[in-house]
Write a protein that binds this ligand. Sequence first.
Ligand code: SF4
Length: 300
Amino acid sequence: MSGLDRASKNRLTMWLRSEKAFGLTRLPSPVVSESMAAAFVVASAPPPPVVKPVVFSPRVASPSPVMKVEQNSPVARRENKPGPPPLLILPPSAAPFTAPLLSRDDKIARLAAMDSQEVKVCTKCRLHATRTNTVFGEGDPDAAIFFLGEGPGETEDLSGRPFVGKAGQLLDKMIVGMGLTREQVYIANIVKCRPPQNRVPGADEAATCTPYLERQLEIVRPRVIVTLGLSATAYMLKSKVPMGKLRGNWQTWRGIKLMPTFHPAFLLRQFTLENREAVWSDLKLVLSELGMPVPKRAVS
Ligand code: SF4
């Protein structure tokens, strides 16, 4: 070390410390051999300038931009360097659920655990930054009917419960019109956090969040899913067909029958007799499919 100037000594000390930081349990003795010090000076010295030889050659076509990378060359080492792990979002499955049905108590326990341990603390997509509460979903874990909306609105975000605003009140009326109560069905959304300004959830947000929904559906295992509105329907069916053509026609999602119908918020905006009759017609199909009595109900 004695033959080194102050700058080289400092660089050597920093290098030894970084070696320790990378896993060496003990710093080597500060007494460094002259050969090691000399090697360090050589290794840390700036590389000599590369002088390109001037080669005269006949004009040829320029080489392909796709160059063969030599094994173990600096380029190859850089290309093979492990980068950040790829974002792993598995494509949604189309196969029916095959796991055995759970007991009611098991369903309650699993849904509660998913909500408290995963969804409430979830930061997997950007929607977590603007939410007040997550909105997991609620209802009978043994429900035959699973109503599915697109995402929480302002009232839902503030309360942490699905469909409790004006559209939710209309959904409650629709459920009562079916001869049921809100506690007898299950209600949830595609995304568990409110999109700002109630915008439609982005495809990446929906793709990130729907594994929760799929697990909810696998646990509850309803006999019918009723998708409310185009967003929820299009996401579940991976379809671009307009809502007017989809609604009222049975579809299947992972072996579960799926009935698309209008969103209650759409009904509130376009409260026409025609739209109300269309929704009532869809809900009657659901009741018939489940063998439930269809109340004689005047569309109001
Ligand atoms: Fe997590 Fe879903 Fe909320 Fe995104 S929307 S932060 S994925 S719970």
